[in-house]
Write a protein that binds this ligand. Structure first.
Ligand code: HMG
Ligand code: MG
Length: 299
């Protein structure tokens, strides 16, 4: 069987570092992103242009974005919540702007301080202005598989939100399992329903690995024809406004599994490990990926 290319979008510098207690200096973030740029990844989400009061860990977003050595062929993206954030993201010359909101009312309110209805016009303005400025726009929909506050989330609600966001000119939507409550059977139900409405090539999946099911969820999605996945090196990650969220699926574990199975990611595992060791030393705790557990045991 001819195995496909799988696109892996590295979100560690944003989703990973937004949740770390250890303060990583601006220089170290830049060095880490430069190491990631050498691994063969073609997409790196490097930071968020949000108020420092909300995410102090990423308060140096502009300096980081201006400091990295951008490599041809890599899309460098950042989270942007509003027009104020877009101003900085444009000054930083980001390639892609990532919008974000939730499919559940309570998480949306806790995370971005607005109701879902009040969020739409803000995101529309950001999308329209980004496109006018020549940028592509991606959007996250969080809590698709369950919310830490509201519990079950309806697939119809997710579909309605995606429809709205696509209307704003968003090229891809990343469906977030923000607190890691999905399982392969649920993935099949949710993606089966959504693929009746949207092209699979325009949907990415963003699994957190709280209950150890992220790789299984990804395999189910791959078997269903989805080809784009977000992950964070070493399994870093989490949302400070979603209690119970642990790290993203680990890029190193994901690449290892897919390459072993004959899929092509274009990512070099040795260079990935070099980047993982670098950030592990900076955050001063063991990364939680299986690949790094092996490295930490045998080194
Ligand atoms: P707010 O406090 O309601 O904003 O925050 P505001 O408009 O009332 O402004 C308050 C102050 O912040 C003002 O300053 C603004 O100028 C300033 P003041 O007049 O008081 O001096 N301000 C800004 N400063 C810098 N950059 C900006 C900006 N905007 C306003 N962009 C807001 C509303 C949406 C901004 C806030 O709630 C926010 O940024 N939330 C984001 C929290 C966050 O980053 N969460 C984690 C990322 S999402 C995630 O992890 C999930 C994901 O991984 C997918 C998944 O796993 O499901 C993506
Ligand atoms: Mg996340």
């Amino acid at each position: 069987m001819n195995k496909k290319n799988i696109v892996i979008k590295e979100v560690g510098p944003r989703d990973g570092l937004q949740n770390e207690k250890e303060i990583i200096s601006t220089g170290q973030k830049i060095q880490w992103i430069d190491l990631l740029s050498n691994t063969g990844l073609n997409y790196i989400e490097i930071t968020s242009f949000v108020p420092p009061k909300w995410i102090p860990q990423l308060s140096d977003a502009l300096e980081v974005a201006k400091g990295i050595k951008k490599k041809e062929g890599i899309t460098y993206a950042a989270l942007v919540p509003n027009l104020r954030g877009l101003e900085s993201a444009l000054e930083a010359d980001m390639d892609e702007i990532s919008l974000f909101m939730s499919a559940s009312e309570s998480h949306n309110l806790k995370n971005i301080n607005k109701s879902i209805n009040d969020t739409f016009p803000v995101l529309k303005d950001v999308a329209v202005s980004s496109i006018k400025a020549g940028k592509t726009v991606r959007a996250y929909v969080s809590t698709v598989f369950g919310c830490p506050y509201d519990g079950e989330v309806s697939i119809d609600k997710v579909r309605d939100i995606c429809e709205q966001l696509f209307q704003y000119g968003v090229t891809e939507i990343s469906l977030g399992d923000t607190i890691g409550v999905a399982d392969p059977a649920k993935v099949e139900i949710v993606l089966g329903e959504l693929s009746k409405h949207f092209n699979k090539s325009r949907i990415a999946l963003h699994f957190h690995d709280t209950r150890g099911m992220a790789l299984a969820n990804i395999l189910r999605a791959v078997d269903m024809g989805f080809t784009t996945f977000d992950s964070a090196l070493g399994g870093l990650g989490g949302c400070p406004y979603a209690p119970g969220a642990s790290g993203n699926v680990a890029t190193d574990d994901l690449v290892h599994m897919l390459e072993k199975m004959g899929y092509h990611t274009g990512i070099n595992e040795d260079l990935l490990q070099t980047a993982a060791v670098f950030i592990q030393n900076r955050i001063r705790k063991s990364l939680r990926s299986h690949q790094m557990a092996i490295y930490n045991t045998v080194k």
